[in-house]
Ligand binder design. Structure first.
Ligand SMILES: Nc1nc2c(ncn2[C@@H]2O[C@H](COP(=O)(O)OP(=O)(O)OP(=O)(O)O)[C@@H](O)[C@H]2O)c(=O)[nH]1
Length: 253
């Protein structure tokens, strides 16, 4: 079971830009692809935040992410035009596609199989490969999720993420005002220590929809200067990923 999932994950990751995410579209030839990982404790709202940005609404219901989850959205970067219709964006060659990956490893550790450790290791390695930006998320109503942040930062360090990639800190669930445990000044101090911008938001409250949008668009614009990966589709509909000719980058998978 673990090995089956491992190979299916391999397949997903090796063509991840072309997989159907929440928006269910296939980026056209030569899209710019950015991989953003969203990290934080279970239940902080990673799935809801990325869903809010990619689908434009709060999901009707969520289930704990087992392993890795990804969704994508086309965005306008560098003045490239985007047509957005319903939940299926129509994009033209040259447009940028942002792919979010969320994960919660502690859920995987609950699986009690012999192959589990190997599976986890393989997944984690793929997860941290060729990352363009990192979003650290904590739940503003849960102090423990805030205290976990250093270990998530350490995990990134252990997987040798480049030190110059954009990183942001997001406090989620600000709509639950009476339950807030993590004061803004404490979070700001932490963000300053790690030189990250801090955003406090709510994936749930529609009034904060623009805020979630603004957070991820800020990140998208920061990525302009970073090296994307180029996706190209040969005639047989197979998918290959090629580095941009200039500057050179490594393979996506
Ligand atoms: N009030 C409120 N609840 C939220 C918000 N965002 C997420 N939630 C709720 O928090 C719970 C967890 O949300 P998820 O998005 O599944 O959290 P996650 O971090 O992806 O969790 P894992 O998949 O276990 O890693 C769900 O019950 C959501 O409905 C928010 O902004 N406000």
């Amino acid at each position: 079971m673990a090995s089956e999932m491992e190979s299916s994950l391999e397949a997903s990751f090796s063509s991840s830009g072309a997989m159907s995410g929440a928006s269910g579209f296939l980026p056209p030839a030569r899209s710019r692809i950015f991989k953003i990982i969203v990290i934080g404790d279970s239940n902080v709202g990673k799935t809801c935040l990325t869903y809010r940005f990619c689908a434009g609404r709060f999901p009707d219901r969520t289930e704990a992410t087992i392993g890795v989850d990804f969704r994508e959205r086309a965005v306008e970067i560098d003045g490239e035009r985007i047509k957005w219709s319903g939940d299926k964006p129509a994009i033209s060659p040259g447009h940028a596609c942002i792919v979010f990956y969320t994960s919660t490893w502690n859920k995987i550790q609950l699986w009690d199989t012999a192959g589990q450790e190997r599976f986890r290791k393989s997944m984690v390695q793929h997860y941290y490969r060729n990352v363009h930006a990192v979003v650290f998320v904590y739940d503003m109503t849960n102090m423990a999720s805030f205290h976990s942040l250093p270990s998530w930062i350490e995990e990134c360090k252990q997987h040798l993420l480049a030190s110059d990639i954009p990183r942001i800190l997001v406090g989620n669930k600000c709509d639950l005002r009476s339950a807030i445990q993590v004061p803004t000044d404490l979070a700001q101090k932490f963000a300053d220590t790690y030189s990250m911008p801090l955003f406090e938001t709510s994936a749930k409250n529609p009034n904060d929809n623009d805020h979630v949008e603004a957070i991820f668009m800020t990140l998208a614009h920061k990525l302009k200067s970073h090296k994307p990966l180029m996706l190209s589709q040969p005639p047989d509909n197979g998918i290959t990923l090629k580095p941009e000719p200039k500057p050179a980058v490594t393979c996506w998978c």
